[in-house]
Design a protein around this ligand. Sequence first.
Ligand SMILES: [Zn+2]
Length: 103
Amino acid sequence: MRKAIGPDWQPLEEAVPIDVFRAEVWAWAKRLGVTERVREIHFRTMKRKWASCSSRGRLTFNTELLQQSAAFRRQVIVHELLHLKVPNHGKLFNALLKAYLDR
Ligand SMILES: [Zn+2]
């Protein structure tokens, strides 16, 4: 997910622990029914992206996400996990994304 899609708020003063973030990813993976497709979860700093996802189930999240709000983390997590179901940003992707985030 490109950084051009950014949060409207300032980073949190206190970062969420990496294990908490991982737990959030797994919780969403369960909800989306993609736990078996998630192979690896990595963290690193990235200049232009919040996260990326390979077709083989390798997810990489920008460490800066740890300082973002729960709502924005959720937006990025659901976006990336959804790519394990839908690889593009087409109509289906956007409809599912909206459905999951509006719940
Ligand atoms: Zn995407």
